[in-house]
Design a protein around this ligand. Structure first.
Ligand SMILES: *Cc1c(COP(=O)(O)O)cnc(C)c1O
Length: 434
């Protein structure tokens, strides 16, 4: 190396690590990330790709945005509750509640008298005021945990009576049948795939029955010669009726007429209803149990309940979801197709694309709710090769690949993100042109 060799001017590692910007980044992201970025910047300078005086800026630019490897994604798929994207996005109110609860909070403390208090009482009160027909409420880790706890507490060593038409697999190979069997309850399957009658339930109920279970077939539909027994017909059989509603509507939703809801199921006489917090309710991952006070208390006192309980962040997000205005899931569900068309046209215009690039596109509820129910709307049709570029860009954008096109559906994109989305699409199209 000669005296003039620019490589001699590459800053040393300890000098770079001492820089205030990188010291702050080490606190935020961890020292490993910072060292990795510094080494990469120095290496780029040695190759001559970066000037020695730009090494620091290059190292700063190469840092990740966050200490978590999870990448925020703009959901342009039109699928409202997208399981692979973490289901429901939290409302602004719920996000703020999570941030506020991140430090020490009075989740289990009465600040007035300094004693221990009922854990998460605010979230439970919010549930009971949202569904006044429920006498009791309990929150566990997810819908599967709610089912696990209910069948264990009510039917361990006894029978759970369930229709063959409702034995669903919820995704990734998990079957409700296996889940229930794992509790030590025996599954008593009745009826057939397409038809189950009240007499089937009546014949099956006996000394050994722990509960009757009604499961909403949330991810498929049986059509044609079908028959099922509704909750109101089951309540006279003298055993607890548990309704696994799956998707978590609290009240009837006119946009999804086939979807069950907690208020209706309780008014029909269900003793317990179970549902997820992060599907149509639009909140955090949780399993919510509502119903008869004595049964809810039995579940709450069961030893297993302690292993399934939720953390303070979930309680905070759930309460805020219930108390604040319409969460993003509900807004996406209720999006007016003509408003969607106008936004999509504006996006096409901005990108210099012809009007024909705006095509009719049905959104979907997705993730365990309203199987097959179309949500009429519009999408921007781009060449299929755009999709992987969009997914790998920053911000990451998830479009729908269908029929040889990359479809960008704005239903689940916050209008405030339209500019970022337009820029991401413009960059992706430009990179394809190159
Ligand atoms: C989604 C779903 C579950 C599982 O809920 P998780 O929150 O994913 O654990 C159970 N039952 C039904 C009917 C569902 O739709």
């Amino acid at each position: 190396m000669s005296e003039q060799d620019p490589r001699r001017r590459i800053p040393r590692t300890d000098v770079l690590l001492g820089d205030p910007a990188l010291r702050e980044a080490a606190d935020r992201l961890g020292p490993e990330e910072v060292r990795r970025s510094v080494a990469a910047a120095q290496e780029a300078a040695r190759r001559g790709d970066v000037a020695p005086e730009d090494v620091l800026a290059h190292a700063v630019a190469g840092l990740p945005a966050s200490a978590s490897s999870l990448v925020p994604v703009l959901n342009a798929s039109g699928v409202v509750v997208h399981t692979n994207l973490g289901r429901a996005p939290l409302s602004a109110a719920a996000q703020r509640a999570v941030t506020d609860a991140a430090g020490y909070v009075d989740v289990e403390l009465d600040l007035a008298d300094g004693r221990r208090a009922r854990r998460g009482s605010g979230a439970l009160a919010a549930l009971l005021s949202a569904v006044p027909s429920a006498e009791g409420a309990l929150v566990v880790n997810n819908g599967a945990a709610a089912l696990l706890l209910a069948t264990t507490a009510l039917a361990q060593g006894r029978e759970v009576v369930v229709s063959r038409g409702e034995l669903v697999e919820i995704g990734d190979g998990f079957r409700l049948t296996d889940l229930i069997a794992s509790t030590g309850a025996r599954l008593r399957e009745i009826g057939t795939t397409n038809r189950t009658h009240l007499a089937d339930y009546r014949d099956a109920v006996g000394e050994e029955t722990g509960c009757l279970l009604k499961v909403h077939t949330s991810n498929f539909r049986v059509e044609g010669f079908t028959s099922a027994v509704e909750v109101d017909e089951l309540v006279g059989l003298g055993v607890p009726v548990v309704a696994d509603l799956g998707s978590g509507l609290l009240h009837p939703e006119p946009a999804l007429p086939m979807e069950p809801d907690a208020t209706t199921a309780l008014s029909q006489g269900a003793d317990l209803v179970l549902f997820s917090g992060d599907k149509l309710l639009g909140g955090p991952q949780a399993g919510i149990i509502l119903g008869r006070a004595d049964l809810v208390e039995r579940l709450r006192r069961h030893p297993m309940a302690r292993a399934l309980r939720v953390d303070k962040l979930t309680l905070a997000a759930l309460e805020a979801t219930l108390r604040a205005g319409e969460p993003p899931v509900a807004r996406a569900l209720h999006t007016d197709p003509s408003a969607l068309r106008a936004r999509t046209r504006a996006l096409a215009t901005r990108l210099g694309l012809p009007e024909e690039a705006v095509v009719p596109h049905d959104g979907r509820v997705g993730g365990g709710g309203a199987a097959g129910h179309p949500l009429p709307g519009w999408a921007l049709a781009l060449p299929e090769e755009t999709a992987p570029v969009l997914r790998c860009g920053r911000p990451a954008v998830l479009p729908r690949v269908h029929g040889g096109s990359c479809l960008v559906d704005l239903r689940c994109v916050e209008p405030g993100d339209d500019d970022r989305l337009a820029e991401a699409v413009a960059r992706a199209l430009a990179s394809l042109d190159r």
